[in-house]
Design a protein around this ligand. Structure first.
Ligand code: UGB
Length: 567
């Protein structure tokens, strides 16, 4: 196959049989892996690469024949009646959902060596992204089951890893008891890298350090579709009554603020595909959701990636390219790569495509003749390109929410963040953390609390707003209605304060906070215990009761002397 596909150069340096046989065998082991992990095999990969490289050399625009225009979608306003009822509809549906986190990327742009999901979402509680995601899914599971009466649904959670992130992700889960999720709920799917391409003839590149190894690079987050399909998970989910698959990325600490209402939109509108979006600043490194109309009449609503939006606009009669309009934002909503797919139609589509997603290639040429590359390239694919193959009858929509509520990724290192054009979001660890405090403060404000204004402060060259450091567990503030129900009376929090709420049943009533308050509360426990109930400890069963720990104040005096506890 390799010889038929013009890959003879891979063997040119091979010594005679008997020499380096082990290395030659491991070469073919790798070829087998590359062959089985790509829909259609390595031959299809090489053929696709030849075609895309030829198009790239000819300067062909992937959007040739398409004119962009601004699409219309659902625009939600946080906290209004529509938002609250969509959140309720979303929580109800959550028990029919499955979640998929794409976490195969390394934080190269971020300049962080570990896995990004292990980073603290904020440093007040220090909880990492993965813990927050899992606690949010569990909170949805609990709330959804309660709404539907008693049920025992366990929401499945799949994580796509790669060779770069797999071992560390498993270690993080195992060393933290899966953050409270049952291990059987979690499925890890590891994506394989794809072969690198050395030239326009799609000759595969050898690893510069090992002539018996093909050089490989990541294929992109689009792999998630073929992995879900080939693993059989989708069928399994369908057979256990799942209706929705929700995809999300590794470091958006706000995203679960948007999940209930967005799922509510999918359920009430009957969307096969629902992409979450936020108002986008021109040139921001997030794709723009665009309506594309072909000269032959075809239309689709799709993400146009940030590096392609500007050239597409310029080529189609918009001389300013990717520019802000009178609102101060790009007219094209920004794709935050949080997708909600309806499982039934998704499976039907994947039966046809086997999860193959439209690919692209982005070679860096040495000069304008486009005959040689500065370094090897590879084909890539993006998960949000899934709708490209859908028939015109498919219901493809999107939902726009405020960025302060729904989107604060951690992607850029401090130097790059500090260079972001003024007014555009930094997308750094600094801004990601500040965004959590801001969102929580604004939610409390909307619920009636008096929250002091933030102060401006500069960290690592980035000027950010510093709001009171408010953090809560997802079980406390899953939806706006939950927050409103648990916030009574006149409460106020000063700018210099820290407020952490852990536990579902904490009620804030008449709080006046100027300092640090951390409330940890267990749920009410059943007071009566049947002595035949073997799920209880023996010492409890023989008593027939146990304590209900509703509230407690623990004070530790570590120094001798007189102490006074003020109310
Ligand atoms: N990822 C993988 O799991 N595997 C891979 O091979 C590569 C990535 P980036 P990107 O919302 O901020 C996307 O690199 O690709 C995971 C959208 O394309 O952080 O530059 C990785 O672990 C863009 O339209 O982002 O841009 C991470 O979880 C816009 O929506 C995720 O894929 C932008 O994200 C994204 O990878 C955004």
């Amino acid at each position: 196959m390799l010889l038929n596909e013009g890959q003879g150069h891979l063997f040119e340096h091979w010594p005679e049989p008997g020499v380096d046989d082990d290395k030659k065998k491991s070469f073919f082991d790798q070829v087998c892996r590359l062959n089985s992990s790509y829909p259609g095999g390595l031959a299809a990969y090489i053929q696709n690469a030849k075609k895309l490289l030829a198009e790239s050399k000819a300067g062909q625009n992937p959007y040739d024949g398409f004119a962009p225009s601004v699409p219309s979608g659902e625009v939600l306003t946080f906290g209004d009646d529509n938002f609250v009822s969509l959140e309720a509809a979303g929580v109800k549906e959550a028990r029919n959902a499955a979640f998929v986190l794409v976490a195969g990327g390394l934080g190269e742009r971020l300049g962080y060596k570990g896995i990004k999901v292990a980073l603290p979402r904020e440093t007040t509680t220090g909880k990492c992204f993965l813990q927050h995601y899992i606690e949010s899914i569990l909170a949805l599971q609990e709330a959804s089951c309660k709404m539907e009466g008693e049920c025992h649904t366990k929401i499945p959670f799949a994580i796509m890893t790669s060779d770069d992130t797999n071992a560390l992700t498993i270690k993080l889960l195992e060393s933290n008891s899966y953050f409270g999720m049952e291990p059987s709920q979690v499925k890890i799917l590891k994506q394989e890298k794809v072969a690198c391409l050395a030239d326009n003839d799609a000759r595969l590149a050898l690893d510069p350090n090992d002539k018996y190894k093909i050089q490989t690079k990541p294929h992109g987050h689009g792999d998630v579709h073929s992995l879900l399909y080939s693993s059989g998970l989708l069928e399994q989910w369908k057979n256990t009554g799942r209706r929705w698959v929700l995809f999300f990325q590794d470091t958006n600490g706000l995203l679960f603020n948007a999940i209930p209402s967005a799922l509510g939109v999918s359920a009430t509108k009957g969307y096969n595909v629902n992409s979450l979006a936020v108002p986008r600043k021109a040139k921001e490194a997030i794709g723009g959701i665009t309506k594309l109309t072909h000269v032959d009449g075809r239309t689709m609503v799709i993400n146009v990636e940030y590096n392609q939006l500007d050239p597409l606009l310029r080529a189609t009669g918009h001389p300013d390219g990717d520019a802000n309009c009178e609102t101060g934002y790009s007219p094209y909503p920004g794709n935050i790569n949080q997708l909600i797919l309806e499982l039934g139609p998704y499976i039907e589509e994947l039966k046809k495509t086997h999860g193959a997603i439209s690919e692209f290639v982005n070679p860096k040429y040495t000069d304008s003749t486009k005959t040689a590359f500065k370094s090897s390239t590879r084909l890539e694919c993006m998960m949000q390109d899934y709708p490209k193959t859908l028939p015109p009858t498919a219901k493809v929509g999107f939902t726009v929410m405020d960025a302060w509520l729904a989107y604060a990724p951690v992607k850029n290192n401090p130097e790059d963040a500090a260079k972001v054009p003024k007014g555009n979001p930094f997308h750094s660890a600094t801004s990601g953390e500040m965004a959590i405090y801001r969102a929580n403060s604004l939610i409390l404000r909307k619920a009636g609390a008096h929250i002091s204004d933030p102060v401006a402060s500069t960290f690592n060259g980035q000027e950010v707003e510093v709001w009171p450091r408010v953090a809560w567990s997802p079980r406390w503030g899953l939806t706006f209605k939950d927050v409103k129900q648990r916030l009574h009376g006149n409460s106020s929090v000063s700018q210099r304060s820290v407020l952490v709420i852990n536990g579902r049943n904490v009620v804030i009533d008449g709080l006046s906070l100027d300092g640090a308050l951390i409330v940890n509360s267990v749920d009410e426990a059943e007071v009566r215990v049947d002595h035949r109930d073997t799920s209880e400890k023996e010492e409890t069963r023989i008593r027939g009761f146990k304590f209900e720990k509703v509230e407690q104040l623990e004070v530790n005096y570590t120094e001798p002397g007189k102490h006074c506890l003020s109310p």
